[in-house]
Design a protein. Structure first.
Length: 404
């Protein structure tokens, strides 16, 4: 029997279609799109609601909280009733809450509706990951997931621009009505064209949600690969959390300049994600992630002495692009391998994976924000610790495999 370095495609020997990848990508991007399209409207929203910026930012926090809360329930429902029904129900709820946001009369209503909208957005993310796992495993599943990450990665670049342009012709309420229309179109497309990937014979009708989660939490392999997925997710978010401050205070860069540098990092990560499936097939998951973590960890050690004084901007940008590439190369293989370790209930596994990713990302970003923001040193130390944790987790997984 082959190990996770050479994961077999147990479900479908055919290559995943481009059309299916596009469909999965847009369904997965519904949540990020609902965040980024709305960002340019926040100042006008604050003015309309007579609220300060902190109060308006709670609408984003509520969305993220909803996005984290519903991952597991949607995944479990998919295991129990099939993928299409929870997905269609979530899309309809997203459409209704988007329309409700447009009709909100005060900030408390908007915060509640954004929380429900975030929960509904989980239907796309959780269902898509489970559907990918239903149809494929190994590098073929990684190829489909990499394509979804491509579309998700484009969203933060295009959606704010689209939101800014649309605000020239409509109010912030109009943006939510557009989200409502997009969700309704997605519902029609799923109902008409997207096939069910989980036949009745494979559904987990006898297992409660608590049993499904308990099974996953008792799996060291699932937890290990999910932890690596979380670290790969934390890396770019930690950098994004700290970078605006040390770029401004430490280097005197304007927002336009450092936004361009961050965009270059995002592009590097997106491109790396697309190469990850082929590298995963060629080298195996463990060898790929071990090599990436060693290279990135070595680069971190080499740049550390500069961080105690002042890192030249060109060196810092080169390093940050390398770090984003490392994240892109680790994320998809680790996520797919985590799902592949679950032999029962891939929907619950996808939901728990997503919840743990969001929780780890929130904690990592919060931890970085506690340190002085005028220097890159705390961030460099945090990134180095992340790569060490990846290597340590791989070592523990390897030891467990040898024992078993």
């Amino acid at each position: 029997m082959k190990n996770s370095d050479a994961t077999e495609d147990r479900h479908n020997d055919s290559e995943p279609s481009l059309l299916l990848g596009i469909a999965f990508g847009f369904l997965s991007a519904l949540g990020p799109f609902a965040i980024d399209l709305y960002l340019p409207a926040m100042p006008s929203l604050a003015q309309t609601m007579a609220a300060d910026s902190g109060a308006v930012q709670r609408t984003l926090s509520a969305f993220f909280l909803g996005l984290a809360a519903a991952q597991i329930p949607f995944g479990w429902l998919g295991d129990r009733f099939g993928r299409r029904r929870p997905l269609i129900g979530g899309l309809l709820l997203f459409a209704m809450t988007s329309a409700g946001c447009a009709l909100a009369r005060n900030l408390d209503q908007l915060v509640l509706l954004r929380f429900l909208q975030g929960m509904a957005a989980c239907a796309g993310t959780s269902s898509v990951r489970a559907m990918i796992r239903d149809a494929h495993s190994g590098h073929r599943a990684a190829r489909l997931m990499a394509f979804t990450f491509l579309i998700i990665g484009i969203s933060p670049i295009l959606a704010p621009v689209a939101g800014s342009m649309l605000l020239r012709f409509m109010s912030w309420q109009g943006l939510f009505l557009i989200l409502c229309g997009v969700a309704l179109l997605a519902t029609i497309a799923v109902f008409s064209f997207l096939p069910e990937t989980l036949p009745p014979v494979r559904r987990m009708r006898s297992r409660s949600m608590a049993q499904s989660i308990g099974y996953l939490l008792s799996s060291p392999a699932f937890l290990g690969w999910t932890f690596i997925t979380g670290i790969a997710t934390i890396i770019p978010f930690a950098f994004i959390t700290a970078a605006p401050f040390f770029f401004t205070l430490g280097y005197g860069l304007t927002p336009e300049y450092f936004s361009l540098l961050l965009a270059l990092n995002a592009v590097a990560s997106i491109v790396a994600t697309q190469f990850a499936p082929d590298l995963m097939r060629r080298f195996g998951v463990r060898a790929l992630i071990t090599g990436v973590a060693l290279i990135a960890g070595t680069a971190t050690a080499l740049i550390m002495p500069f961080a105690f004084t002042h890192i030249p901007l060109a060196i810092l940008q080169t390093y940050s692009m390398l770090v984003f590439v490392a994240s892109g190369l680790m994320l998809t293989p680790a996520a797919i391998t985590a799902l592949d370790t679950s032999t029962q209930g891939s929907g619950a596994a996808a939901g728990l994976l997503g919840t743990m990713q969001l929780a780890m990302t929130a904690l990592g970003s919060a931890a970085v924000s506690l340190f002085p923001s005028s220097s890159a040193l705390p961030l460099i130390c945090a990134l180095g610790a992340g790569f060490i944790l990846v290597l340590g987790t791989l070592g523990l997984l390897r030891q467990r495999q040898v024992r078993t």
